[in-house]
Design a protein around this ligand. Structure first.
Ligand code: ADP
Ligand code: MG
Length: 542
């Protein structure tokens, strides 16, 4: 294969390019962050391949990012000696949507109307930001594989690209940007240096501009807490998570036993799954002594924690652990268990320490915690403490928790009562609450579509059973009632009459103590699925 090939961009890529190219002038500078971050990714991958003892082409090349600005020619070049790309990889990585988050990105742009620069990195479409400043991009590349060939990918970022063989290409990638006439400021060294300092300070490889190293190469997570400023933490979060928001919570700790762990973890303030992103990949990277093992390790943390960002570094991991064997590793599992416990403890502390902040956060991220209760058996009880909800004893919009419910419970009350409904008004207009209110019993309002499933998974809280007030079989004590009531005979006759009227549509008609103002209420048999649950199962089937 030494031929040159012309390819058209897929339709989505073209839409993406359109958006990117027409984005705000002030946003454009982020292209450099994206290209440096790609170079760094490619070198992290190379380091890992070398650690797993595969033979790489040209093993002696230095692992650094070299940026060269040519003012005369109006070009900017970003070079790395990372893994490089084969012909197939060029097509797949830089020409199709299969690899990148293009679709999700376009959707999120449509939904939020945000600025592309804020989202580009998060959706894995960073490479195309080069076309914000360049009217031609060339990617000279050679794969780490021994049978690789020197190639050059060329595009004007409009309709398509061309791939040709190229002479004298070293392992890795060299991106050459031919800057647009009005973007020539990026061919100035001082401008480029400033951008690297601003956006790429934490890249784990030297970034060289004009032959001099610009960034500080340091692993923040290995440093002592007391040596790190708030600003540095925030900058590291934004760098690592490719985010623009402020981290909401942070967990930084070192442990030696039972496993050596250094962890620096962040909780974002925005839940981007709610912004059109279908499902996040794991966001906490796994390192061993500063060498990246896996940027998105599956099976390290439970899936419900996929919104977490940051770094876990364990010196106890074998450096040559592969991503495939990682998932079966008992050590990795153990690390995950230790970290999850710490994270939940951190949340609990934060939630108790600043309830207002927690509630605001919880309203955006509640689904993750609920998913955790339903899927993470070992941690469901600890997670239940984090749940917040309204109840018959809260004001509308104010949230409470199980622990507070229990302090308000009646002496000897061994159940926690709840009701599932679509909203507070609908619940309060229903007859189900009457008997409970009358007796001063608090009823929790679960109004999220997944809540019933969550309560079913939970079953109880601190030994108190969770009981739906819409189910039959709830025993209530006698209450003082005013007015007349039917005699026993009359009641029996009425029940028989109703049973005959309803026939097979009901299993039983009986007199009970839970109504005060309403004459009848329909209940779900104790062992049967509720209407809400049935509707949900039906929806899931479709
Ligand atoms: P992301 O980095 O989030 O995957 P990008 O649009 O930035 O998305 O890059 C797309 C893909 O192109 C990368 O995943 C990678 O496979 C490939 N790529 C980009 N730059 C390089 C590089 N310098 N070396 C090797 N591969 C690269
Ligand atoms: Mg990228």
């Amino acid at each position: 294969e030494t031929t040159s090939e012309k390819h058209g961009f897929q339709a989505e890529i073209q839409q993406l390019l359109d958006l990117v190219v027409h984005s705000l002038y002030t946003d454009r500078e982020i292209f450099l962050r994206e290209l440096v971050s790609n170079a760094s990714d490619a070198m992290e991958k190379l380091r890992h391949i070398e650690a797993t003892e595969k033979d790489v082409h040209d093993p002696g090349l230095p692992l650094e990012v070299t940026i060269t600005a040519d003012k005369e020619a109006g070009t900017l070049t970003i070079e790395d000696h990372g893994i490089g790309m084969t012909r197939e990889e060029l097509v797949e990585n830089l020409g199709t949507i299969a690899h990148s988050g293009t679709k999700a990105f376009l959707q999120a742009m449509k939904d939020s109307g945000g600025s592309p620069a804020d989202m580009i990195g998060q959706f894995g479409v960073g490479f195309y930001s080069a076309f914000m400043v360049a009217d031609e991009v060339k990617v000279y590349t050679r794969s780490w594989r021994q049978d690789g060939e020197g190639l050059v990918w060329t595009s004007d970022g409009r309709t398509g690209y061309e791939i040709e063989p190229a002479e004298g290409v070293a392992r890795g990638s060299k991106i050459v940007l031919k800057l647009k006439d009005d973007q020539r400021e990026y061919a100035e060294d001082y401008r480029v240096k400033h951008l690297v300092e601003t956006y790429s300070n934490f890249v784990g490889f030297p970034v060289m501009v004009d032959g001099k190293r610009v960034n500080e190469v340091e692993a923040l997570w290995l440093k002592n807490k007391s040596e790190i400023s708030e600003e540095e933490y925030k900058a590291f979060y934004q760098f690592q998570a490719k985010a623009f928001d402020e981290p909401q919570y942070r967990l930084h700790f070192a442990a030696d036993a039972p496993i050596a762990i250094n962890a620096l973890l962040f909780v974002p303030s925005e839940n981007i799954e709610r912004m059109g992103m279908s499902k996040l990949d794991p966001g906490v990277a796994l390192y061993c002594k500063k060498v990246l093992i896996d940027p998105e390790p599956k099976g390290l943390l439970p899936e419900w924690l996929r919104f977490m960002k940051g770094v876990i570094d364990s010196a106890d991991l074998p450096l040559n652990i592969s991503r495939e064997s990682m998932q079966d590793s008992a050590l990795v599992r153990k690390i995950g268990q230790v970290i999850v416990k710490r994270i939940i403890k951190m949340f609990d502390k934060e939630a108790t320490g600043d309830p207002e902040k927690w509630q605001a956060f919880y309203k955006k991220f509640d689904r993750f915690f609920k998913e955790g209760i339903a899927t993470d058996f070992a941690n469901k009880e600890a997670l239940a403490k984090l749940l917040r909800f309204e109840s018959s004893m809260t004001e509308a919009g104010k949230l409470t928790r199980f622990a507070d419910y229990l302090t308000r419970a009646k002496d000897g009350q061994d159940t926690i009562y709840y009701i599932v409904g679509s909203n507070r008004d609908q619940i309060e207009a229903s007859p189900y609450l009457e008997g409970f209110r009358k007796r001063g019993l608090e009823v929790i309002y679960f109004t999220d579509a997944v809540d019933e499933y969550v309560v079913d998974s939970l079953g109880e809280f601190e030994g108190k059973k969770l009981v739906s007030v819409a189910k039959a079989g709830v025993e209530l004590e006698d209450a003082e009632l005013e007015g007349e009531s039917l005699s026993e005979e009359e009641t029996k006759a009425l029940c028989e009459f109703l049973k005959a009227e309803f026939g097979d549509r009901v299993t039983k008609v009986e007199a009970g103590k839970r109504l005060v103002d309403s004459p009848v209420v329909a209940l779900t048999p104790e062992d049967a699925m509720t209407p809400q649950m049935r509707a949900m199962m039906k929806a899931m089937d479709e």
